[in-house]
Design a protein around this ligand. Sequence first.
Ligand code: MHF
Ligand code: KIV
Ligand code: MG
Length: 292
Amino acid sequence: MSTTGSGASGEVTAPYGSGASAQADAPRKRVRIHHLREMKERGEPWPMLTAYDMYTAQLFDEAGIPVLLVGDSAANNVFGYDTSLPVTVDELLPLVRAVTRSVERALVVADLPFGSYQLSPEQALETAVRFMKEGRAHAVKLEGGRRFTPHVEAITSAGVPVMGHIGFTPQSEHNLGGYRVQGRGSAGEELLADAVALQEAGAFSVVMEMVPAEVAKRVTHELHIPTIGIGAGSDCDAQVLVWQDMAGLRRGKAPRFVKRYADLAGVLSGAARAFADEVRRGEFPAADHAFH
Ligand SMILES: Nc1nc(=O)c2c([nH]1)NC[C@@H]1CN(c3ccc(C(=O)N[C@@H](CCC(=O)O)C(=O)O)cc3)CN21
Ligand SMILES: CC(C)C(=O)C(=O)O
Ligand SMILES: [Mg+2]
């Protein structure tokens, strides 16, 4: 682990205590970006999940997930679009507000959607300000490497923390040629240069998506800010998954990097079918469910 960053003093006040024993009933202290840096310095990997609504935000917050991302992946996991591209700021803002209203500890990151920051650093800052003021987000995230360091600088200069995102960047899927691993071979050096540039521009962390594990490991060691992997191997400082993938709510073939920790699709589908059967058989409502 690199220790070149600041905040490496003994005054560590992690909101979940340290080590695997950190529990949901630990002190209810807000997660701050310096806590994430401190976890990197201590070599403690941390989890991040997406959340798009109140109940999931509350549950994940209580489960001790320190960072929640209101992803532009709401496009295909909430709104029913086929890709990330169509979702808008006006669609995402109410989801961000719902999540920030619902958490006590988690740091909430708002993902800037396609078209809301690429035009200029000024546009990027304007959009970031909307997510901070109207969404009450704690940080924003945007996709892209060296070409977007002016955008990152504009936002961080205004006092808003920025999470980067490199490797496979879904908003560029048409330019990248589909869902493909990025950073193989000599592109590994380019990826490292992008990561270093984002760090120098003031990003507080960087997501690496679908990157060879060895490349992600090297980037993680070179940076003093935390790296967050999705399909980037086990040596990143943190790991993120889309919650509907992690909990098995989404059907169909999942990307290779997904692990399913539950079968929510089976549970919910079973509940809906049982309800329907009981209504059709005249078994629901029973006397207990009615007012007399
Ligand atoms: N539910 C969900 N999970 C995600 O991880 C996710 C989203 N949605 N939406 C936005 C982006 C899109 N992402 C994706 C989507 C699909 C693959 C995928 O199909 N991967 C295949 C590789 C396919 C190929 O090589 O052609 C895999 O097996 O990993 C990967 C990332 C990641 N993000
Ligand atoms: C998968 C994560 C990193 C993301 O960008 C999203 O959910 O939109
Ligand atoms: Mg995203």
